[in-house]
Design a protein around this ligand. Sequence first.
Ligand code: TRP
Length: 340
Amino acid sequence: MKQEQPFEKSEIILTGDRATGPLHLGHYVGSLKQRVSLQWMHEQTILVADMQGLTDNAHNPTKVSSNILNVVADYLAVGIEPTQTTICLQSQLPALAELTMYYSNLVSIARLERNPTVKSEIKSKSFGRSIPTGFFTYPISQAADITAFKATLIPVGDDQLPMLEQTNEIVRKVNKLAGKKILDECRPLLSNAPRLPSTDGKNKMSKTMGNAINLGASEKEISAAVKAMYTDPSHLRVEDPGQVDGNIVFTYLDAFHPDKKYIDGLKSHYKQGGLGDGTTKKILEECLQDMLRPIREKRAEYLNDKAQLINILKKGSKSARENSEKVLFDVRGIFGLNIF
Ligand code: TRP
């Protein structure tokens, strides 16, 4: 089914996910849902970012390789159509690595050090003084991903905004060197849903921290995650008035429950007192079970037919490879290297 689109012209959309774990509800509200509707009106490419996944997992590569098909199955299960969206594998597009090499001559170490997302990732990953060069420079490789398709619109979370800023700086430098516009600047498409917190209420959801509900979560896992969810710690007795702000159960109900009026009523009741966390959790659990059941089932079906998943990825990678080589040719040309 085609969906209403807020964009007048047709955009070139590129986005990607590190293949370091199965995708979760945060990806779903933050980006996947949008991609599903955008694919009917725009040219869309989705990159399974295996090489970027390796930038901090090179010593544990199966974390990446074992998740490639999981991520593809996640895409298909939520409704991404390989006939509408090119799904490709980053490592199968050599032009991306070559573009990264050219671009890296245009970006200073000081500029990389200023990237706030990389800065905070470096801190949280406790690399100490052993930051892998590939990790430190991944914003340049991400600029290659984006420009290789001349992408104009990038559906991402706000943590990716510094990457897009760096991409556009590279685009301007390349165009200046070329003396004409050969690359396009991109803009983010941020989800209007607020970032989904982790189930413990402490962080953002993470593929690796065990505080997320995966798209393929079993009935039991969903149930356990909802039961353990952070609510209002001072709401001790059912009759006590409760806090809705910061109460993760309500954050999730806002994000996923189809009946907003009903949720508003529930919130007033909770604030007044007389509504227990057991009840709100039961409502949320039912809503998540209903939403995730068909996704889980489709995902399992796809993962049962790995040959089909590989075929989809192979076909998408072939067409993306051809596309990306055109931009590589232009960029090489700027440096006077297309001599034969
Ligand atoms: N950095 C993104 C992530 O952390 C993945 C990614 C790789 C990406 N290349 C991209 C996102 C290009 C948008 C555009 O998941």
